[in-house]
Design a protein around this ligand. Structure first.
Ligand code: SF4
Length: 335
């Protein structure tokens, strides 16, 4: 299939800091698969980060660099996907402004994550125009590249639905220039953090892609296992009660898992040794990622060049879309 014939994917991440294993298995591995099948645009959503981090914007540039290093180290390939920074393509702001003219406030207020996030991030003042309107910016991100599909988890479906409604409204009011984007539901493995809650930087329970082997060993040795098994002499239940075993499943082969389950159930396996096996398996899997990250970090000019090239490619597409958008508006009677 030629590149032009491929459907387009738009996806992005807010540069809120270093990425962890949850991002690797939940997003980046999916992106790696998608870049073979679709024409992918992956954006560093730095303007989106401003919606919640407007009081600490100075952290965004370094977070952005760390995140792109993680993307590249994990195997996101700038020859197969366009990697760029949102704020380098000003057309995102232009289309956001245009779409905000046609988006009813009531659509944004009924967005379930709007109120949830305000509750969740109580320490931040989020009753802002920018935070309310961020789904409009998301819609602009997708439509600028005429994205056919948007990879998302179930919790983000309301945002895609909103983007679809905004698209239909534009097409109805002016001209049918956009295909209505579809959600591409990703199978996201639920990755527990060291304390059993979802792995998240804000919970301080993460293993980062940039953690060196000794840090991985130390973190895994402190990970919660089966709380109903205080002593080695107690039989365990890896599949139903052990938090660490959820990571074993991801990193160890089936035969080794069988041995772990039977030995643990028979109280013949200690958690400390079991977690050591896990840490070494993670380190083996992470080693190529670390090697690539180290090489890339030693050559900051390369990452800059990749992002500059990506922004040029993205800008060309975005400018062409905006020409069609304004033509559709100013020539509305011709519809
Ligand atoms: S021995 Fe392994 S599987 Fe069993 S509870 Fe401990 S860490 Fe979990």
């Amino acid at each position: 299939m030629s590149k032009q014939a491929k459907q387009r994917i738009l996806s992005g991440m807010r540069p809120t800091g270093k990425l962890h294993l949850g991002h690797l298995h939940g997003v980046l591995e999916n992106w790696k698969r998608l870049q073979d099948k679709y024409e992918c645009f992956f954006l560093v959503a730095d303007w989106h980060a401003l919606t919640t981090s407007y009081e600490r914007p100075q952290e965004i540039p370094s977070n952005k660099d760390e995140m792109v290093l993680d993307w590249l180290a994990a195997g996101i390939d700038p020859d197969r996907a366009t990697l760029f920074v949102q704020s380098e393509v000003k057309e995102h702001a232009e289309l956001h402004l245009m779409l905000s003219m046609i988006t009813p406030v009531s659509w944004l207020e009924r967005n379930p994550t709007y109120k949830e996030q305000q509750q969740h991030l109580k320490e931040k003042e989020l009753a802002t125009f920018g935070f309310l309107g961020y789904p409009v910016l998301q819609a602009a991100d997708i439509l600028l590249y005429k994205g056919h599909k948007v990879p998302v988890g179930v919790d983000q479906l309301p945002h895609i639905e909103l983007a679809r409604e905004i698209t239909r409204r534009f097409n109805y009011l002016y001209k049918d220039i956009f295909s209505v984007p579809e959600a591409l539901l990703a199978e996201v493995p639920k990755l527990p953090g060291l304390d059993g809650r979802k792995m998240s930087k804000s919970y301080g329970n993460s293993i980062f892609l940039s953690d060196p082997p000794d840090v991985v060993r130390k973190k895994i040795s402190a990970m919660i296992t089966d709380v109903e098994r205080p002593r080695m002499g107690d039989p365990g239940d890896p599949e139903n009660r052990c938090i660490a075993f959820k990571l074993h499943r991801l990193y160890l082969p089936a035969e080794q898992l069988e041995v772990i389950v039977s030995e643990c159930k028979a109280a013949k396996r200690g958690c400390a040794a079991c977690k050591k096996e896990l840490a070494e398996a993670i380190i083996r899997k992470m080693d190529p990622i670390w090697q690539r990250r180290k090489a890339l970090a030693a050559d900051p000019g390369k990452v800059k060049a990749i992002l500059a090239d990506g922004a040029n490619r993205a800008r060309k597409v975005a400018q062409s879309t905006m020409a069609q958008v304004w033509s559709a508006l100013w020539n509305r009677n011709a519809k």
